[in-house]
Write a protein that binds this ligand. Structure first.
Ligand SMILES: Nc1nc2c(ncn2[C@@H]2O[C@H](COP(=O)(O)OP(=O)(O)OP(=O)(O)O)[C@@H](O)[C@H]2O)c(=O)[nH]1
Length: 243
């Protein structure tokens, strides 16, 4: 005797969905939107409310597997008992928060006095990690802005907040300064923008070649800083040299 099978009940589909790791769901949304999800990309718009907490649980589980494979007795070693959770929290909520949270809100003030003089902010301390080994990158950043009468003025602290958001992702220094320059350019639309970053890369100091002293310096020049050699010289001369 033939039987008519019932259609898949809704609660079964929901149960299937429950079993899908939250990282897979987020990744599918990013792909469906045709976006990149490189280490230094921000994916906040693809994360739904409550999912970051579930992602934390997922990363904790995977981190525990790494500790197990490193043959560390996390069950009996009181120092590492909660390390998987700590590392997951550190990655998602602290050192890589710039991937998972939206850009900081920036208060803009009109340039009422029509200022068009060079403004420099720095040194801003920057903290990041290299995309290759996830080792810390610690350094300093100087930002020079040449406003025009239409440029909105943003609070000084906001340069540091924007830098923190961009650096709070696995980065390489060359891409980090370009991402930050693009962001500041987009927010303030100045006539010129100059960035100089100098940083120590722990992947070269703590491991690898174990060179404690070398630093990487790089710069991005936009607008009038590119065209006007005197302005560029003035900016560079005002940045204090390291002793
Ligand atoms: N260009 C650039 N390179 C970086 C940055 N941070 C780290 N690196 C380098 O990236 C390289 C990592 O790639 P690999 O050569 O595949 O890694 P590895 O074999 O572990 O290299 P070693 O560090 O030499 O032991 C290393 O030379 C790092 O020093 C950065 O911000 N920019």
């Amino acid at each position: 005797m033939s039987r008519i099978l019932p259609a898949t009940p809704l609660h079964a589909a929901a149960a299937d969905d429950e079993g899908t790791p939250v990282s897979v769901k987020i990744r599918e949304r990013v792909r469906a939107a045709g976006q990149r999800f490189n280490a230094n990309d921000n994916i906040a718009e693809f994360i739904q409310p409550g999912e970051l907490e579930r992602l934390l649980d997922e990363v904790e589980g995977k981190m525990q597997a790494v500790l197990d494979s490193l043959v560390i007795d996390t069950a009996r070693d009181h120092n590492t008992e909660r390390t998987a959770r700590r590392v997951a929290k550190m990655y998602l909520n602290e050192v890589f928060h710039g991937r998972y949270t939206p850009a900081p809100t920036i208060t803009e003030f009109p340039n009422a006095e029509h200022l068009n003089e060079l403004m420099i902010v720095g040194p801003i301390t920057v903290r990041s990690a290299c995309s290759h080994h996830l080792c810390p990158i610690i350094g300093k950043l100087w930002i020079g802005v040449m406003p025009n009468e239409h440029t909105n003025v943003i609070g000084l602290s906001k340069y540091a907040r924007l830098a923190e958001w961009i650096m709070g992702r696995p980065q390489i220094q060359e891409e980090a300064v370009v991402q930050l320059a693009d962001l500041i350019q987009h927010k303030t639309k100045p006539d010129g923008l100059a960035l100089v970053m100098q940083a120590s890369h722990f992947c070269m100091a703590w491991r690898g070649v174990k060179d404690m002293d070398s630093r990487m310096m790089n710069s991005v020049m936009r607008g009038v800083f590119l065209k006007d050699a005197n302005l560029r010289r003035e900016f560079l001369s005002l940045i204090p040299r390291e002793a």
